[in-house]
Design a protein around this ligand. Structure first.
Ligand SMILES: Nc1ncnc2c1ncn2[C@@H]1O[C@H](COP(=O)(O)OP(=O)(O)OP(=O)(O)O)[C@@H](O)[C@H]1O
Ligand SMILES: [Mg+2]
Length: 243
């Protein structure tokens, strides 16, 4: 079954077209990655999938339901790790999780247990009572990952889950994502780290200026275009990752 399908999806901000008539679908259990330079439209696509904003035109179905029809039903089944940290700075690590659990009507006692389990999963048990401002960037990313898992989502939407992390923390996060995939969770992510996309993603869509210019498994893209996934990316977008 398809977890996400987008048909002729377009998103405009005023007169500016951020996503330009794209088509893709994501299978259950798949890890699907959006790759592309800054401004390509990746975050916009994510936002439409998790019902943050509506498409301008085209059809997007998540769990075979139109995003315009039942956004709260869809949101309840998705875990979101946003590109920007939106943790509550006035609350502790533990409180951030417990308060967020209210959005999903998880009773307080259950929420507390879950929070403790998830903090263990992301290796932040030692920071349970810390304030957000006392966390490193990598710890915040891991807490965002834990928060995204509170509702036991069938689909995880991860917008640059490893951005700004040192190699060790990056590895730790990718390990957790592999765990989740092994347990059957569908993963949709964006990343600028090609070698990781190559390792973790079953398929990737390469975006540029609002369009998808290629969709395939990393190995087939590399066979077709030659070189590493980074070479393919450079060939197709004409841009280096650092740009
Ligand atoms: N709320 C908004 N209002 C107006 N323009 C927007 C808005 N959000 C995004 N854009 C524009 O839409 C385009 C796509 O932005 P988006 O954030 O989806 O790109 P991205 O691929 O996620 O980039 P990055 O790799 O930098 O995260 C950009 O040109 C951006 O300036
Ligand atoms: Mg983005």
């Amino acid at each position: 079954m398809k977890i996400v399908t987008a048909k002729d999806l377009t998103k405009r901000y005023g007169t500016f077209t951020a996503v330009d008539d794209i088509n893709f679908s994501i299978e259950r259990g798949e890890c699907f990655g959006f790759l592309g330079p800054n401004g390509a439209g990746k975050t916009t696509v994510m936002g439409i999938i998790y019902c943050l904003m509506p498409p301008t035109s085209g059809e997007v179905r998540v769990f075979d339901v139109d995003v315009g029809l039942d956004p709260s039903g869809i949101k309840a089944r998705i875990g979101v790790m946003p590109q920007d940290d939106n943790l509550d700075p006035d609350l502790s690590v533990f409180e951030n999780l417990v308060v967020y659990a209210r959005y999903f009507d998880i009773p307080p006692k259950k929420a507390g247990q879950l929070a403790a389990e998830l903090l263990k999963f992301v290796e932040l048990t030692g920071k349970t009572d810390s304030k957000i401002k006392d966390l490193s960037g990598g710890m915040k990313r891991r807490l965002l990952l834990a928060r995204a898992l509170l509702n036991a989502p069938e689909l995880m939407v991860l917008d640059e889950p490893t951005v700004g992390l040192d190699p060790h923390s990056r590895h730790a996060v990718w390990d957790k994502l592999s765990d989740l995939k092994f347990r059957g969770t569908t993963l949709l992510l964006t990343t600028h780290y090609m070698e990781e996309a190559e390792k973790v993603c079953d398929r990737v869509a390469i975006m540029d200026s609002g369009r998808i210019i290629a969709t395939d498994s990393p190995s087939r893209l590399m066979d077709t275009h030659g070189g590493s996934l980074e070479d393919v990316y450079l060939k197709l977008t004409g841009r280096r990752l650092a740009d």
